[in-house]
Design a protein around this ligand. Structure first.
Ligand code: PLP
Length: 291
């Protein structure tokens, strides 16, 4: 876990927070490296480390470093969508026939992915539990469990689960513990600090925040997971994030902390208004319970 000297707000805006991607011209915005192929002095070898954009691209490297720093993590691996990032980590950690425990409130698209990829293609078993109750997770986890997948708050019902308590269940059986942090974002919550092995994000949502780019990322402190996801992304799925989308996401991230602050204020106001409204039966907003 990286302990940055910078506040989240500073990391989100600083081009040179990473020292990477600096140019001779002193750009304060990372250039968009649209090249597919990089010059090599002999086949497969170059001094700058880049060969072909599916394997690595300077604009993508700046974004991945920025995302890792925002999450207080060592590594970030981007993907062409949140779904692509989820597929990459699933294929990296799951073998045929494995047992998976997942929150039953997860994003609908994640459930489709699990059913198509894990259950139908890999013959895995996925047990969906009401993870708002940690005991339900405990009852489902066995020594055979390879992956525990949580999301908190969930999309769309904003259900919560106890990330730290579930981390203990995962480590007791040596299962990989993944948390989809798309809705909370690192502004409000850092699951790696609560014991997650890896975190997935759809950057399409709050991180980019401008509804003009699809993207996703896996962030982790675990080098083996980072390398496996990088390999799966580059060689097996091929769904790496395009340089232009890396630029758009970096641009979106500049205002990310400000936007999250405003989202929180606005959402609390709307939730409180609806909660007091006589025609409204139920409001799903976790902030109401603590306010
Ligand atoms: C949108 C979303 C995803 C999928 O991301 P895409 O970028 O649409 O592929 C995954 N998890 C959650 C919680 C989401 O909201």
């Amino acid at each position: 876990m990286i302990d940055s000297d910078y506040h989240l707000e500073t990391i989100a805006t600083r081009f040179d927070a990473t020292g990477e991607g600096e140019t001779d011209a002193g750009d304060v915005v990372s250039p968009i490296h649209l090249t597919t192929t990089h010059e090599m002095h002999s086949p497969g070898h170059s001094d700058h480390g880049y060969k072909y954009t599916r394997f690595g691209n300077p604009t993508r490297d700046v974004l991945e470093t920025r995302l890792a720093q925002l999450c207080g993590a060592e590594f970030a691996v981007t993907a062409a969508s949140g779904t692509a990032a989820m597929a990459a980590i699933c294929l990296s950690v799951i073998d045929g026939g494995d047992h998976v425990v997942a929150f039953d409130g997860i994003y609908g698209g994640t459930r489709v992915l699990f059913e198509d990829l894990l259950v139908d293609s890999l013959d895995a078993t996925v047990e969906y539990v009401d993870a708002t109750d940690t005991n339900a997770v405990e009852a489902a986890v066995t020594d055979e469990t390879a992956l525990i997948w949580m999301e908190s708050p969930t999309n769309p019902l904003l259900q919560l689960c106890d990330l730290s308590a579930i981390a203990e269940l995962a480590s007791a059986v040596d299962a990989t513990y993944v948390v989809d942090n798309t809705f909370a974002t690192p502004y409000f919550q850092r699951p790696l600090e609560h014991g997650a092995d890896a975190v997935v994000h759809s950057t399409t949502k709050y991180l980019n925040g401008h509804s003009d780019s699809m993207g996703g990322a896996v962030v982790t402190d675990n080098q083996a997971i980072a390398e496996a996801v990088t390999h799966t992304q580059a060689y097996d799925l091929g769904g790496t994030l395009a340089p232009f989308d890396c630029y758009l996401t970096l641009r979106g991230l500049r205002t990310f902390p400000l936007r999250m602050d405003r989202h929180e204020t606005n959402a609390a106001e709307i939730a409180t208004y609806l909660d007091d409204h006589p025609a409204v039966v139920q409001v799903n907003y976790p902030g109401l319970r603590v306010s």
